[in-house]
Design a protein around this ligand. Structure first.
Ligand SMILES: [Zn+2]
Length: 167
């Protein structure tokens, strides 16, 4: 499905689509990895001994239900999300960053050029933008308790796109 906002375009979000087009149940994938995304976009909760690392959010309009309510359904406490790693600053991935930052004081990790993309946007964040927090760099480790995630810069889709590797 097409992203709600075309990549790179500084357009105001369109009205949300019908819930049935995106809603799907959350679930445990394996060990300490849980899926809290939608039919179209993924978001992952990685549990550690000291809380949760969330990898990506979804849109502004469905992060509450998919991520916050999704975690609760799985017995996970969204208030224990200490880090949110955003792969890139398009609306289908960064839409829940402000919610997680404002409500749970989660630290938001994102590539520098993508923080700039958000800060330069006039139209894409009618409900407010997440405030610049941790700037992701290639090879950076995000450690929480017994678990580390290594960030791998993969610019292209956006200048600041990054991926995660965990072991
Ligand atoms: Zn994108």
């Amino acid at each position: 499905m097409l992203p709600q906002t075309a990549p790179g375009a500084d357009e105001a979000p369109r009205p949300p689509p019908e819930r049935a087009t995106w809603y799907t149940d959350p679930g445990k994938v394996f060990d300490n990895l849980y899926f809290v995304g939608t039919k179209i976009h993924s978001a992952w909760a990685l549990t550690t001994s000291e809380g949760i690392i969330l990898i990506d959010t979804v849109y502004d309009y469905n992060s509450e239900e998919a991520i916050v309510e999704g975690m609760k359904k799985l017995g996970l406490d969204p208030a224990t999300v200490k880090y949110v790693i955003i792969s890139h600053a398009h609306g289908d991935h960064v839409g829940g960053a402000k919610l997680m930052q404002d409500r749970f004081k989660s630290r938001i990790v994102m590539g520098g050029p993508d923080w700039e993309l958000i800060e330069g946007s006039v139209n894409r964040f009618p409900n407010g933008k997440p405030k610049r927090d941790i700037v992701a760099t290639d090879g950076q480790k995000i450690t929480l308790g017994d678990t580390s995630v290594t960030l791998v810069a993969t610019p292209g889709h956006t200048e600041g796109t990054c991926r995660c590797s965990s072991r």
